[in-house]
Design a protein around this ligand. Sequence first.
Ligand code: PRP
Length: 223
Amino acid sequence: MTVGTGAPTFVLALPKGRILRELTPLLTQAGLGPEPDFHDENSRKLRFATSDPKLEIIRVRSFDVATFVAFGAAQLGVAGNDVLLEFDYPEIYAPIDLGIGKCRLAVAEPAEMVGEDDPNRWSHIRVATKYPNVTRAHFAARGVQAECIKLSGAMELAPTLGLSRRIVDLVSTGATLKANNLVEVEHIADVTSRLVVNRTAWKTYPEEIGGWIERLRAAAGAI
Ligand code: PRP
């Protein structure tokens, strides 16, 4: 946040990739259209002005949105509840479900294992995932110990290359699982994108942060 002599400028952290495309109509509706470079994938800029001089946007990886907001480097952000579940930062409050970025977090395994493999008999399993905390908690709830191998992407490669037989990953259309001969065997959570805010920033600037929340809530309701 930049605090000068006038009103402070707030920072909204947005995730790169497909969510960003779904967010564009919402930003436009809220009167927060970003500068043209924001949509240029070749641009090396990371901070972008919007049509409101009191708000700028940063474009970061989805997991990093939570980190920037939790530490107050960005006062606002958009993050999936997959990311919020994984980090469980007490400093983050998620007041609005934006209803975009719909997908699910699921356990998948090679198609040939289905039928031979009874999940009720698992006691210890190895799982490749970007979500070790959620994965361990999901399995621990029924007494299964999950040994997690942390990856940052392309989890679907793990079973074919022998890294782990199972993965926990986001599934949207199911096309990536299918292309890699994997089958979804357990549902962990439904996922959508949420508006998130830093609690301390909200306490410090209740009118301003409250104003951004209401403006984005109204925009989400209007599209
Ligand atoms: C996500 C996820 C899967 C894929 C699922 O990856 O990790 O790989 O989308 O979508 P589908 O069910 O429609 O095929 P994403 O493309 O967001 O990139 P990532 O691998 O960097 O996470």
